[in-house]
Design a binder for this molecule. Structure first.
Ligand SMILES: C[S@@+](CC[C@H](N)C(=O)[O-])C[C@H]1O[C@@H](n2cnc3c(N)ncnc32)[C@H](O)[C@@H]1O
Length: 188
């Protein structure tokens, strides 16, 4: 599974849909599951610092945006092989709660890549904890805000759940923020 935590307008979700179409056109088991409230950040606390955009409600995509995103991702999917099989799911709501329900409904979930872009501590920590039994050594955990002073919560969540010392973080020289780790040390 590809999972995106904090999809907002679906920019990364559309990109991942097209990358799958290009590089794995016949892999209909490579599903993309995206999580968002669509009403902005939810569950900020003191571990998220004081930036004005580290506050509940920031980054709201707007009322009913999930319906538009459903159309957008369906269109992108229609441009690749096996278009008749739906390969994405949008999970609306506070992911700190919806992740548990999703994984209970889908115990078959194995994470190929989980991309974290909630920006904040609470839901990042809850989702990292929930994903632990669904990770393999080659699972990729990617993050948008590690080592970010405006959004310290994402780093704190990773540190508390897996320990930074268990991560082999890599970063592109072309991107100031995004980083990723595989899970060899995390799953033991
Ligand atoms: C910076 S935006 C994501 C940007 C997006 N990944 C992109 O590539 O354009 C952060 C998103 O996380 C979502 N979010 C924050 N807290 C959440 C929570 N507890 N549950 C679900 N979504 C949440 C917000 O609604 C917002 O859309």
């Amino acid at each position: 599974m590809l999972m995106e935590f904090g999809t907002c307008y679906g920019r990364t979700a559309a990109l991942l849909t097209n990358l799958r179409g290009m590089f794995e056109p016949f892999n209909f088991t490579r599903k993309l599951i995206v999580f968002d409230t669509f009403s902005g950040l939810c569950g900020t606390n003191e571990k998220d610092g004081s930036d004005r955009l580290a506050a509940d409600g920031a980054y709201s995509a707007g009322d009913g945006y999930e319906r538009h995103l459903e159309e957008v991702l369906s269109y992108h999917e229609s441009e690749a092989p096996i278009a008749h099989r739906k390969k994405f799911e949008i999970v609306k709501g506070d992911a700190a709660k919806s992740i548990t329900a999703y994984l209970a409904e889908h115990p078959e979930t194995i994470v190929a890549m989980a991309y974290f872009d909630f920006d904040i501590y609470g839901p990042t920590k809850a989702c990292l904890e929930a994903l632990r039994p669904h990770l393999t050594k080659t699972s990729v955990l990617a993050f948008d805000e590690l080592n970010c002073p405006e959004y310290p919560g994402e780093t704190t969540a990773l540190s508390e759940v897996f320990g930074l010392g268990k991560c082999s973080l890599k970063r592109s020289p072309f991107s100031p923020w995004m980083s990723y780790t595989t899970c060899e040390s995390i799953v033991g």
